[in-house]
Design a protein around this ligand. Structure first.
Ligand code: HEM
Length: 188
């Protein structure tokens, strides 16, 4: 999910991501995988356990929002290493669009989730059981936020699949360092 903002020489393209960039990337990858799984399977959980599952969903979702905000703020002062200079222009544009799209949708998703909790007319959703979110019950807004939260999950999953395919293409077809430079414990 890291972003390559510029195109430069082969030497620059081999430059690795910093430890901070890798830590943000892989922590958020794990959390999003968990959040999608947790959201899509919540209905299959026995009724008496569902409240606890949703408390975890809300809590970890808020952590995703905080991490994404921190990552975006950090990213402003720390540009990503350049893409290989011989990458076709359409691939540079597609890469940028995918990364911007992921940032946008992954920040939007917890905001929609918070809207769901705040506007709920039935249960009072409590992130990690700490505090209740139900501050302004509103059926109409709750309904729309629920639809968008469900749809956005599929958009995130689709962009993640595209992102993984692009990383594999770089490694196995182009044989460049774009995948390797984001892998933990690997020197590109
Ligand atoms: C990256 C963050 C998040 C992801 C990827 C995510 C993903 C999902 C998914 C896949 C579903 C199932 C949707 C469906 O099948 O229609 C869901 C449901 C839900 N999520 Fe999230 N979520 C996130 C953050 C949050 C947050 C922060 C909250 C609340 C604070 C929240 C509250 C809810 C609620 C209440 C539901 C159940 C909606 C319903 O029953 O209609 N989510 N989420």
């Amino acid at each position: 999910m890291a972003e390559a903002s510029t195109v430069a020489s082969g030497a620059d393209a081999r430059q690795s991501y910093s430890g901070v960039a890798k830590a943000f990337h892989w922590t958020i990858v794990l959390l999003i995988a968990y959040m999608l799984y947790n959201g899509w399977t919540a209905d299959d959980v026995p009724r008496e356990a569902r409240g606890g599952v949703m408390q975890l969903h809300a809590g970890f979702g808020i952590i995703v929002l905080v991490l994404m905000a921190a990552r975006l703020a950090w990213r402003v002062g720390h540009p990503a290493p350049a893409l290989p200079s011989d990458l076709p222009r359409w691939q540079v544009i597609a890469s940028r669009a995918t990364h911007h799209g992921l940032y946008f949708l992954v920040i939007l998703q917890p905001l929609l989730g918070l809207t769901l909790g705040i506007t709920s007319t039935k249960s009072n959703l409590m992130p990690f059981g700490l505090f209740g979110l139900q501050a302004a019950p509103n059926n109409a807004i709750h309904h729309v936020a629920g639809l968008l939260h469900g749809l956005n999950a599929y958009l995130i999953a689709a962009l993640v699949v595209l992102h993984i395919l692009a990383a594999l293409y770089h490694h196995f077809v182009r044989h460049d360092a774009v995948l390797k430079r984001m892998l933990p414990f690997v020197k590109a």
